[in-house]
Ligand binder design. Structure first.
Ligand code: C5P
Ligand code: C5P
Ligand code: ZN
Length: 487
């Protein structure tokens, strides 16, 4: 017999998860779905929601920031026949085993796994079990997609939503921003059913919705000195290329350019970057863009990356049901409202970024990490985005960034850690750092090697920071920090 590959084993396990779901629905059992609040979690909830509607199941979806006693209490109150957790759960096996051992639970997750379970009532589909990397090869919505596809092949039409989640988790890390492994299977599925086109283009954010000069002026990745942050200069740059800025009354976006105009813009940007000595940036100008072919042009839903930010905004601004409704097909009220939420979200982020930069004590450099003291100013649900944005702009890119915000009513602080590929290569694993440092001080944490989070009580903030700083120092020296995850 041919040896089963890791991917085969993962797919076999997806059938087991599907079987539990189908059997519950056949018995008309109640299903409680819990998902994570970021773009990937909202997309995962949308995939599972659509799958359950198609099964005519009885279910309810709730979106949360993490797994804790609140979820346990909700489960005990609902008494569902089945709990489905998407985009979280694998870091909380001990909690589930201890607090709700008698409930059937299907976990569809891609986070590092903490603890083990021999409880037959817990079915866990997670790529790490097979040596597949959950940080880069499949997202939570991707795992949910494979379960949905195993439930019924008609659910392949949810493949684009699964990719939107993977883009939200920044998994397009391979050559020219392509996907790899399980994510690549999802791309192929989406293309095969005609819902996705993968094109090569400039990868600036805002391909469908931002006027070209605004797109250039707002880019931070790549950062273009002289154009980034300089709207008038960016406008002149485009106008000097004889590329019309308008079509009728409407300002044109990158997707509206004709091939020769696109080439002209590309060449001019490459020449400009080279003239500033920014060779690396030139290599990264062009990459895969993911076009959702059935969505209206010039809307945020047509570009996978813009779609992901829209979903992120709904989850992090306390309106996840809007994002979920959009993933399930709503293109009317939900989309209109979500676009308004997105505007508010952007304003908040800009306000936070400005605030951090205003005073040096708000962003401090320690021996091995940077820390942002968001305290009571930054919303704890948005601190993760702030951390994701700021990590790429730090002077020393081998030092991870930990940002925190206070949650006064819980007397706790929420930490969001982000690091870089360079730090990973040096041996940093933030998932382990956040988990061990938080547990040392009575909190809880975990996540991926490149992005992880934690909660600790307010009086433990400084202790936690000190421990995390030391742990990163140890990892950089190649020392064990105790009880690491194997993956
Ligand atoms: O819970 P989940 O896995 O969906 O969240 C991952 C988080 O980590 C996202 O907010 C994503 O933006 C961030 N991330 C990152 N860099 C990566 C992978 C994920 O900042 N390479
Ligand atoms: O909340 P934030 O976006 O910073 O989380 C980064 C990653 O760490 C996410 O994938 C999140 O699900 C994970 N995380 C975790 N356990 C926590 C906090 C965050 O697994 N207690
Ligand atoms: Zn995720």
């Amino acid at each position: 017999m041919l040896q089963q590959t890791a991917i085969d084993k993962f797919l076999v396990k997806s059938e087991e998860a599907a079987k539990v779901i189908i059997e519950t629905v056949q018995k008309d059992g109640n299903i409680s779905v819990f998902s994570h609040l970021d773009a990937d979690g909202v997309a995962a909830a949308g995939v599972i929601g659509k799958m359950l509607v198609r099964l005519d199941a009885r279910f309810r979806i709730r979106v949360m920031q993490w797994v804790d006693d609140k979820i346990v209490e909700a489960i005990k109150a609902d008494k569902p026949e089945l709990v489905i957790m998407t985009d979280f759960g694998s870091g909380y096996l001990d909690l589930l085993n201890e607090k709700i051992p008698d409930y059937n639970v299907v976990i569809l997750d891609h986070h590092q796994i903490t603890g083990t379970t021999n409880n037959p009532r817990i079915v866990q589909l997670n790529p790490h079990l097979y040596g597949i990397d959950g940080a880069t090869e499949v997202s939570g919505s991707g795992v949910a997609y494979f379960a949905a596809k195993a439930v019924n092949a008609e659910n392949v039409d949810l493949a684009p939503i699964a990719l939107v989640g993977a883009l939200g988790d920044m998994q397009d890390k391979y050559e020219q921003r392509s996907f790899h492994s399980l994510n690549e299977i999802i791309v192929n599925d989406a293309v095969a059913v005609g819902l996705l086109k993968v094109e090569k283009d400039l990868t600036f954010f805002g391909r469908e919705t931002r006027p070209i000069h605004k797109m250039l002026a707002t880019t931070t990745n790549p950062f273009i000195p002289g154009l980034s942050g300089q709207e008038t200069d960016a406008l002149n740059f485009v106008a000097n290329l004889d590329i019309p800025l308008k079509e009728g009354d409407r300002l044109r976006a990158l997707c509206d350019l004709k091939d020769d105009e696109r080439k002209k813009l590309c060449t001019a940007l490459a020449d400009y970057l080279l003239s500033k000595g920014l060779h690396l940036e030139v290599e990264n100008l062009i990459g895969n863009v993911y076009v959702l072919t059935k969505e209206e042009p010039n809307t945020a839903l047509r570009d996978g990356r813009e779609f992901a930010v829209l979903l992120n905004s709904t989850g992090r601004m306390d309106k996840p049901s809007l994002g979920i409704a959009i993933c399930m097909g709503d293109r009317k009220c939900a989309l209109e409202e979500a676009n308004k939420i997105l505007e508010g979200y952007r304003k908040n982020i800009n306000k936070y970024l400005g605030w951090v930069m205003e005073k040096p004590e708000r962003l401090r450099e320690l021996n091995h990490i940077y820390v942002i003291y968001g305290e009571n100013f930054i919303n704890e649900k948005i601190i993760g985005t702030v951390s994701s944005i700021l990590v790429s702009g730090l002077t020393n890119n081998e030092k991870p960034l930990l940002a925190f915000a206070n949650i006064e009513q819980e007397q706790a602080a929420k930490f969001s850690g982000r690091t870089t590929e360079a730090a990973l290569r040096k041996g940093v694993n933030l998932g382990d750092v956040m988990r061990i440092a938080s547990e040392t001080h009575g909190g809880k944490g975990g996540g991926h090697n490149i992005a992880a989070g934690a909660q600790v009580s307010l009086d433990k903030i400084e202790d936690f920071i000190k421990t995390a700083d030391e742990l990163v120092g140890k990892q950089l020296k190649g020392e064990k920090i105790g009880n690491e995850n194997s993956n």
